[in-house]
Design a binder for this molecule. Structure first.
Ligand SMILES: *Cc1c(COP(=O)(O)O)cnc(C)c1O
Length: 390
């Protein structure tokens, strides 16, 4: 059997739409095109009830109430609304915000904006696996702390944070706890009750469409947010703008599938990941695992390859769609801020591959990936003219 190449192993970047999700979305892209806010006719009513059903589905998956779900354009917007919105609204009570060095840019950049607005931002260094223990958080809290933001699962290295413990600590201290759950939601157990004040979700990390997500905003005790977008008062005034009906319906369908299949799929992915890991580290020396060895995001494997140049390694993996340990947002490839925060040397960070396995990944694909990587690394290490150029 020939594989379609490149083999897609970048499911932490995005996932393909599940055909069942597309099926659920199609009517809302065509005949049922109403504005969910239109109250005078059936087009609006049916769109409104489709959005309400999706809201119930997302809420139930989190153990939340439907009124606690605000639909957004994705986790980036949700993170911005959570951080900027909560900090600005709580300004009278304090000015201190706590986060960690391994957060997604969509958390770190809003935190930088808060610092520019005069907030005091503490960026914690996690342990060597990327985890932030509850004691680290507790030690950082002051009487001025209003908000703590730590991701539930890392998009780069698969680390899981002790969300429930940190949430309980924050709740007991009257501090808002926000978690970026874009990777965790639907993949690992995640409950917002008790203690989580705000949680960011994204549909496209979950086999739903791009450009839609949600922010969970706790109703009791109430979490006040200063909105970022004004006009029309949609989503309880927190996110104005005509809601993305097909996207939200797709998000709801994706969540329903993820909830139903989560346990079985997590076990399947963890087994595939082990097979890929053994296929590489069992045959190569000088390869280190980033993130924890067990208890991690099921589909994620991050490996750093000693003795090879990052650019050459990636260049010889054209048959694999994977991510490197570099942020390619700029012309010069910078080593990933996450790996650097863990103490991985810059050159090794650049020689890092993130394998992101997903719902449609097969054993044949991971075996092909392992063989491709092993062959490339052995070849690069054997050729002194290649390695000395780096
Ligand atoms: C993908 C991702 C985001 C951004 O989500 P979008 O919906 O693409 O804006 C934020 N945080 C984490 C952890 C992610 O993996």
């Amino acid at each position: 059997m020939t594989l379609r190449r490149p083999v897609y192993l970048d499911h932490q970047a995005t996932t393909p739409l599940d055909p069942r999700v597309l099926e659920a979305m199609l009517p809302w892209l065509m005949g049922s095109f109403g504005n969910a806010s239109s109250r005078q006719h059936a087009f609006g009513w049916e769109a409104g009830s489709a959005v309400a059903v999706a809201r119930e589905t997302v809420a139930e998956a989190l153990g939340a109430e439907p009124r606690e779900i605000v639909f957004t354009s994705g986790a980036t917007e949700s993170n911005n609304l959570a951080l900027l919105g909560a900090a600005r609204a709580a300004r009278g009570r304090g000015d201190h915000v706590v986060t960690s060095a391994v957060e997604h840019r969509a958390v770190l950049d809003p935190c930088r904006q808060l610092a520019a607005e005069g907030f005091d931002v503490t960026v914690l260094d996690p342990d060597e696996t990327g985890r932030t223990a509850v004691e680290r958080v507790e030690a950082a809290l002051t009487t001025r702390t209003i908000l703590v933001s730590l991701m539930a699962a890392s998009n780069e290295i698969g680390t899981l944070n002790p969300v429930a413990e940190i949430a309980a600590l924050c709740a007991s201290r009257g501090v808002l706890f926000h978690t970026d759950a874009a990777q965790a939601f639907g993949k690992v157990p995640l409950a917002v009750k008790p203690g989580v004040a705000l949680a960011s979700l994204s549909a496209h990390k979950l086999y739903g469409p791009k450009g839609v997500g949600a922010l969970y905003v706790r109703a009791r005790p109430i979490v006040r947010l200063a909105p970022l977008v004004f006009g029309g008062g949609h989503e309880r005034g927190l996110r104005s703008g005509t809601v993305n009906v097909p996207g939200i319906v797709g998000f709801g369908a994706a969540v329903r599938i993820a909830v139903r299949e989560r346990e079985e799929e997590a076990a399947r992915l963890a087994a595939l990941r082990r097979r890929l890991d053994e296929g590489i580290r069992g045959r190569l020396d000088g390869v280190t695992l980033n993130g924890p060895p067990i208890d991690r995001l099921p589909g994620n494997l991050s490996l750093s390859f000693g003795g090879v140049g990052g650019e050459r390694l990636l260049a010889s993996l054209r048959d694999l769609a994977v991510s490197s340990g570099s942020a390619c947002s700029t012309a010069e490839a910078e080593p990933s801020h996450v790996l650097l925060a863990l103490g991985v040397p810059a050159a090794l960070a650049k020689a890092t591959i993130r394998f992101g396995l997903g719902r449609f990944t097969t054993g044949a694909e991971t075996d092909f990936a392992a063989a491709t990587v092993v062959e490339a690394v052995l070849r690069l290490r054997a050729d002194p003219s290649l390695t000395t150029l780096e």
